[in-house]
Design a protein around this ligand. Structure first.
Ligand code: SF4
Length: 286
């Protein structure tokens, strides 16, 4: 990897690694990286493909956090607000050294604000070697580490690597398998397997559940997710995230058919009802 030449196209060369928010539309930043180099980067973790770094997040883990948004995801959630992060070639190629250097700039601020780094995406475990390298470097700097994941590729992490992640923000999207496939295109079993592995290791999870009217608001379905989450015994809190349309413009710009264009966000009552189901199972919601 030392001799790897990373072609940077004009857009990538003039795009800052730091974004104001993950809602910035970013495409083709890694399109000139040859397939062989992408494969080598995925194997070694020496290079990651990132949408961006954002700073100042108060919702992606404890404290105030830096979030590294990775590019690439195999799922196709109907409500995804970052469809530009589905394709790895939309991400900016970033060496692990540069990513660590960027993170180190925030080290003292993160300590003061009891924060840390969260790897999100896209799906960070699609770039599991890069993610583990960056989180290991973060831990060496005394920085709290988290990943936000759909859990599908959890088997890529060894138990010892899992222990290097201080917190997993795990997306539980639906219980019923057919509903889950309709919603995400993928089977839910690997996600639940990862949850159980984390529970067996007594590590913490924050569950993330996106509430979409008519799609994920089935009473029984939420009850099963709540029962499963409570049964793990290590879920510290559940974030019920009301569906929103902030990512709609990305679907339009990317010319991808967006089936939820006319879906309204859930009412405060609907959000409260879902939260109360989780609380009834003994879980904390925020
Ligand atoms: S798992 Fe996340 S990034 Fe992937 S499609 Fe679903 S919402 Fe989007």
């Amino acid at each position: 990897m030392g001799a790897m030449i990373m072609p940077e196209n004009d857009t990538a060369a003039t795009t800052s690694l730091i974004a104001a928010s993950p809602f910035e539309l970013r495409v083709d930043l890694g399109r000139d990286v040859p397939e062989s180099q992408v494969r080598a980067a995925l194997t070694s973790g020496e290079i990651g493909f990132l949408h961006s770094f954002t700073t100042g997040s108060g919702v992606d883990g404890p404290g105030v956090r830096v979030v590294a948004w990775t590019a690439g995801c195999q799922w196709r959630c109907l409500y995804c607000h970052n469809p530009d992060a589905w394709v790895m070639s939309n991400g900016m190629p970033v060496t692990i050294a540069r990513a660590v250097e960027e993170l180190s700039k925030y080290r003292s601020g993160l300590h003061i604000m009891s924060g840390g780094i969260t790897m999100s995406g896209g799906e960070p475990l699609l770039q599991d070697r890069f993610v583990i390298k960056l989180l290991t470097a973060a831990q060496r700097m005394g920085i709290h580490t988290a990943i936000e994941t759909n859990g599908n590729l959890g088997d890529r992490l060894s138990d010892e690597e899992l222990d290097r992640v201080d917190l997993v923000l795990l997306g539980l999207k639906a219980w019923d398998s057919e509903r889950h496939v309709r919603l995400t295109g993928m089977d839910p079993a690997p996600t639940r397997r990862l949850a159980q592995r984390i529970a067996a290791r007594k590590r913490p999870i924050w569950v993330r559940f996106v509430l979409v009217p008519g799609l994920t608001d089935d009473y029984e379905d939420i009850a099963r997710i709540a029962e499963f989450s409570a049964g793990l015994g290590i879920v510290e809190r559940v974030d019920v995230l009301p569906f929103h349309q902030l990512g709609k413009f990305k679907w339009t710009s990317l010319n991808i058919r967006y089936k939820l264009a006319d879906v309204e966000p859930p009412t405060p009552d609907a959000v409260e009802r879902a939260c109360s189901q989780f609380r009834s199972a003994g879980l904390k919601t925020v």
